[in-house]
Design a protein around this ligand. Sequence first.
Ligand code: ZN
Length: 278
Amino acid sequence: MRLVDSHCHLQADRFDDDRDEVIARARAAGVERLLVAGWDEPSSRAAIELATRHDWLDAAVGIHPHDAAKADPAAWQGIVRLARDRRVVAIGETGLDYDRMFSPVPAQLDNLRRPLELGLEVARPVILHCRSAAGSTAAHDALVEELDRAGIRPPPDGRESEAPGSAAPPAVMHSFSGSAAFARDVLAHGLAISVSGLAFRAGEEATFGEVAPLVPEDRLLVETDAPYLSPPGAPRRRNESEWVRLTAERLAAARAQDPDALGGELVNAYDRTFRSAS
Ligand SMILES: [Zn+2]
């Protein structure tokens, strides 16, 4: 099965002892594309360095909602500069996290609006994290409002017109978690959906079963979010890119699809999302 890891943090210090081995293991396991996302300015710079050392890796630069309150204007200016690097294929990760709420809401909203603007300006997709508190959909609702506010809107007739060759997705819902209604909403805005092991954890899997068949093949991605979110069945708690296979296989089953056919689609969707801009 061909594989991609559309979102991970291999620059994190938890890989300091074996980073190159982790990358080599991913490659040996069939991972052909791997996107390293930043969460603040230094980690965004480190993502670019990693993608420069390993030419099959890509980088994304941004400030995570957890770090929104810590980021000063200089940090954001740093991200804007880094976004011009040729190794950078996306802006992020950014988004909203009203569950852990490590940054107050106004700082998170500010930290989301800037990259949405920057993504449109540099024609790169924006990688979005979204978590509402238990029993609430506040972050999910706010995120959709912010997409509208940024001018990322559904087509006027409300249909999901996705003609072949149409523009790459303006944003990616990373490590998707949410209802089928939310999935329909972001898909109608033209977004891609990236699936991590989280989708198959107890408590998520039933809802995700409704979401899995909704995503068009050219807007479906798969990821680890390593070192976080080790998928069910993985041998260790520290997640690694090679275990994206476990999630991709479960995704194929959830979509009643042949794994090899899905693998080819995942690579194509990755290229369309992240590598179609020059
Ligand atoms: Zn992440």
